[in-house]
Unconditional design. Structure first.
Length: 206
């Protein structure tokens, strides 16, 4: 298992010096992430590694959080993220972007951009009704159930509601470039979440 936690900086373009080909990439400031805890099947029922990200002053953490980090000899950090899977890491190790190489296939997870309360056209891709001949069914959802039976709206009906703000994983992304000096990962394409959003980068198991 190979993974790291980072913060989405934004998107930009990279030009190939030879062919001039343009590639859209997402810049992620990842790590360094100290290892706080290593879980195993024998003691915890599953394999995992807990990583810390973004150093903060002690006053910004609770006493239980500080105690958990001090036990591992790690300075106060704002975020703790668990990466499931077997690993050779030990408590006290530090994960950096150098663990990734250009061409690695990764999965990036984050909280998607919240879009607020939206209708069925934007939220679920419904098509609108006719706009002529006095029609009032332009952006309405239409029928949501029968009146006689079952005389109620069934659960799971696609309707208007809050959109976005949920955990999303983008699979099949490729690492374009690694910059160890500035702790940057350049990933081809877009990744979930807004600018400055926390993302998790995991290696795709082959």
């Amino acid at each position: 298992m190979k993974g790291i936690v980072g913060r989405k900086v934004g998107m930009t373009q990279v030009f190939d010096p030879e062919s001039g080909e343009v590639t859209a990439v997402t810049v992620i400031e990842a790590g360094p992430c100290p290892v706080v805890q290593v879980k195993s099947v024998e003691t915890d029922g599953y394999d995992a590694v807990q990583l810390a990200f973004e150093p903060v002053p002690e006053r910004k953490l609770t006493k239980p959080e500080l105690g958990h980090l001090r036990k591992a000899g790690v300075a106060p950090h704002r975020h703790l993220v668990e990466m499931r899977g077997p690993s050779e890491l030990a408590v006290g190790d530090t994960v950096t972007v150098e663990s990734f190489q250009p061409g690695d296939r990764v999965t990036v997870s984050g909280i998607s951009i919240g879009k607020g309360y939206q209708g069925t056209i934007k939220r679920h891709g419904f098509t609108r009704g006719p706009v002529s001949h006095g029609s009032h069914n332009i952006r309405k959802p239409g029928s949501i159930g029968a009146s006689a039976f079952p005389s109620r709206v069934v659960k799971g009906m696609r309707m208007a509601g809050r959109m976005g703000g949920t955990r999303v994983s983008q699979r099949g992304l490729v690492v374009y470039e690694v910059d160890p000096e500035r702790n940057l990962l350049l990933v081809k394409g877009s990744v979930p979440g807004p600018k400055s959003g926390i993302v998790e980068i995991r290696e795709v198991s082959r």
